[in-house]
Design a protein around this ligand. Sequence first.
Ligand code: COA
Length: 481
Amino acid sequence: MAKKKDKKAKKKDKASKAARKLELKVVAKKKAKAAGKAKSNGIVAFKRSTKPWGQDGKALDGVRILDFTHVQSGPTCTQLLAWFGADVMKVERPGVGDITRGQLQDVPNADSLYFTMLNHNKRSITLDSKSKQGMKVLERLVQTCDVLVENFAPGALDRMGLTWEHIHTLNPRMVVASVKGFGPGPYEDCKVYENVAQCAGGSASTTGFHDGPPLVTGAQIGDSGTGLHLALGIVAALYQRNRTGRGQRVLASMQDGVLNLCRVKLRDQQRLAHGPLKEYTQYGQGIPFGEAVPRAGNDSGGGQPGVILKCKGWETDPNAYIYFITQAPVWEKICDLIGEPGWKTHPDYAKPPARLPRLKEIFGRIEQWTMTMTKFDVMNACNALDIPVGPILSMKELAEEPSLRESGTIVEVDHPTRGKYLSVGNPIKLSDSISEVTRSPLLGEHTDEILSKVLKFTPREIAEIKASGATGEAPKAQAAE
Ligand code: COA
């Protein structure tokens, strides 16, 4: 009897296991069908897009950004997100807008290149955030958007009434991303611009020549560099939100961003404790090291001796130069190329440590060779042998470079008030989310569109908002607030 029962139970168990297996199979099949196609080996083959390569939507399609940024750092970040397909709505002060609209103006009564080149692919809504109606619109924007990006002076957002707590209550899914000059600490309340960040983040103390003053670089590592950092933080926070359902704060401080980009100099600071930095030119010159990493001129940061050398035409062309690195793996090829085959085996030149005290003489000899050719000829000759060199390209040369136009890195954009101009397009290429660069918005160009189509205010509400002056100058008879 017991045996019979046991058999029955086993049979039942087997049947339920089989049913469960079938159920799992059906679920898996359904899932696979929803996503693509299930192959017999269990690997899901996603359906191929029917659209041409790279034309199937955008990476950040559906992400709405409340862009409360100005000047350079914040706008760099939101422009990148817009290029990846986010709907970026830039909130600007009525009548004034982002201060850069009027800075460094080259065409009268037209938005400056400073503004247009940092605000492509965005919409503009004008709002006085300090008015009652303006705040009503802002709060609706907070409820509608996924991300708020701002780079006001510390405390400005709180003073407007948009504290993190208030935003989080209005929309717990919202990511709130900020650029500030400094992170928490003694300088957290300071206002900061590009060069302040370069100086405070370690770049200036390590840029320039050993016997000269600190220098800032032309690359906007404080502003645009921090904007880039912030964009990555936002995308990461959005990804985490998929799991938690919750927004979070993202902070990118300009000092932190610059220091991150100066990482190799903090490396060298610690190496100093164990002896002189032998790859620095000053070592070969017999100049002692102090307590802090010195400025290293044009020395290569990677530890391979490198300098900028003159090329043909240097007497009249300020950019007829090339960066040359005496990389150990290609040393023998360099010797052949410059006509010094004997150096390949000579004890003073064959090995990197032997070369270190003789770098001035060695680079002097290489320069004799580079001066016989244009920088492009040097580049061709070296690259044919896998010797990496860097021609000093001017902005003019870059603007005219056909391959950069073809890749969309340099784009020509048309603008209603300034006409055609060149800009740097999206430097990050996604194969399935290609960026088209569209012109920057005129001040308040999309105010009506955003109020009605995005925020769904009724015509009566819109009339009320406008009459209050919150979006610009109020009609005189009705000015209320
Ligand atoms: N309606 C009403 N008021 C607005 C507004 C709007 N739409 N937009 C901004 N404002 C107000 C702010 O609320 C603030 O008012 P408050 O000082 O009374 O609180 C005021 O405008 C000025 O903002 P602020 O950010 O202080 O501008 P600023 O021109 O004085 O300073 C920076 C500019 C860049 C120095 C400063 O914003 C900053 O340090 N930002 C962080 C670091 C940064 O991004 N720096 C690099 C910029 S490229």
